[in-house]
Design a protein around this ligand. Structure first.
Ligand code: PLP
Length: 405
């Protein structure tokens, strides 16, 4: 054992002990997805109803999506076999990029390994393109966007209050005359379920000469007439410079992308380290995602069923006096307000009621904002909702229930 290793291991143990003491130690529940019975999973020989899947529309179990993936797996093999530059680009990759560009009414789109990598890699590449960029970043932006904006030489970050147009305007006004600027924000915020005023943000960006970068990760597939997200729903996609999305949530597969003007996408494609130096997505994944995007562009029924189910669940939670946070979207947070309590609530839901709901802790939400994060997919039944309400009434601490009353 050398001294560095000893010190390092001791630091690891201390850090982990501190997480345990605070009730923030992460435990991953092993849940086996059953494609035929979604959202019922198997865990330790039991059926468990999952209320926290990000496969919001259940597209990951759609027979046509599975068939497309299986066919590509059989035809092309398991992996892409290289980076995009080194024999890893197939006609399927090109077709999916064309489909995503068309979905958003943009000139071009570019695939990444995940939504996280897309944000981190595309943002850092965009911000390095012009000297002295000022980036206006919403206070609740996701970790992947922060990773793409942080620590870049010559880049100044201004954090504006969450969804606060007056604060954004004030911060834009304070940017030095002539300096390049970009507003970076999300459409649907994944922990509170609120929605950005994209059109009004674009108005300010125009007024102050800023570009716009919008993360639609929690909206693509789910909103808009063809699943193009909130920017499609609000008729403002053409006003955004970059739309970033994922294939992992509404589309139910995996992968991320950016879409925008041809020069912007080509610039990112030619310079982004997180694209150039990593293996391309497997063809089977790309084929499954392509099928999913095509299905959701043509058929709005899954979106309507999800919206109806979310409205019904919200109503049932309210009628039962449960501490649901107000949310404009399919994301339904239930406030608990304490790190240990939220873990205990999740544990009891699982042990006593065979229900899985993810406990959300600091730093994903502020301390005191610990919550369960629920989503009703098109496949949750009313009987499942009633069972969830009964279980929550039984396991939520009195303080959380009183806060709702
Ligand atoms: N952007 C936001 C707002 C997210 O919430 C997430 C993940 O939850 C990501 C990006 C990353 O997406 P992916 O899961 O595809 O990596």
């Amino acid at each position: 054992m050398n001294a560095t290793r000893t010190a390092f291991l001791s630091r690891c143990r201390q850090g982990l002990d501190a997480l345990r003491a605070e009730g923030r130690y992460r435990e991953f529940a092993e849940l086996e997805r059953d494609a035929a019975r979604f959202p019922v999973y198997r865990r330790q020989g039991r059926d468990v109803t999952v209320w926290s899947s990000n496969d919001y529309l259940g597209m990951g179990r759609h027979p046509a999506v599975i068939a497309a993936g299986q066919a590509a797996l059989a035809a092309h093999g398991a992996g892409a076999g290289g980076t995009r530059n080194i024999s890893g680009t197939s006609p399927l990759h090109a077709a999916l990029e064309a489909e995503l560009a068309s979905l958003h009414g943009m000139e071009a789109a570019l695939l990444f390994a995940s939504g996280y990598v897309a944000n981190q890699s595309a943002l850092s590449t965009i911000l390095s393109a012009l000297p002295g960029f000022h980036v206006l970043s919403d206070a609740k932006n996701h970790a992947s966007m922060i990773a793409g904006m942080r620590g870049l030489p010559g880049v100044t970050r201004h954090i504006f209050r969450h969804n606060d147009l007056a604060d954004l305007a004030a911060k834009l006004r304070a940017v030095p005359e002539g300096a390049p600027r970009i507003v970076v924000f999300e459409s649907v915020y994944s922990m509170d379920g609120d929605i950005a005023p994209i059109g009004a943000i674009c108005d300010l960006a125009e007024q102050y000469g800023a570009m716009t970068y919008c993360d639609e990760v929690h909206a693509v597939g789910l909103y808009g007439a063809t699943g193009g997200g909130i920017s499609e729903r609000d008729g403002v996609a053409h006003r955004l410079d970059v739309i970033e999305g994922t294939l992992a949530k509404g589309f139910g597969v995996v992968g991320g992308y950016v879409a925008g003007r041809a020069e912007v996408v080509d610039h990112v494609r030619s310079n982004a380290s997180g694209l150039i130096f990593t293996t391309a997505l497997p063809p089977a994944t790309v084929a499954a995602a392509l099928e999913s995007v095509r299905i959701l562009r043509a058929d709005g029924a899954p979106r309507l069923r999800m919206a109806a189910n979310c409205a019904l669940l919200k109503r049932k939670l309210d009628e039962a006096g449960l501490p649901r946070m107000p949310s404009e979207s399919h994301i339904i947070p239930v406030m608990v307000g304490d790190a240990r309590a939220v873990r205990e609530v999740a544990r009891r839901l699982m042990d006593e009621f065979a229900i899985y709901a993810t406990p959300i802790n600091y730093p994903t939400v502020p301390r005191g904002g610990e919550r369960l994060r629920l989503c009703a997919t098109p496949f949750h039944t009313e009987a499942m909702m009633d069972a969830l309400v009964v279980a929550l009434r039984a396991v939520l601490p009195a303080a959380a229930l009183q806060a709702a009353a």
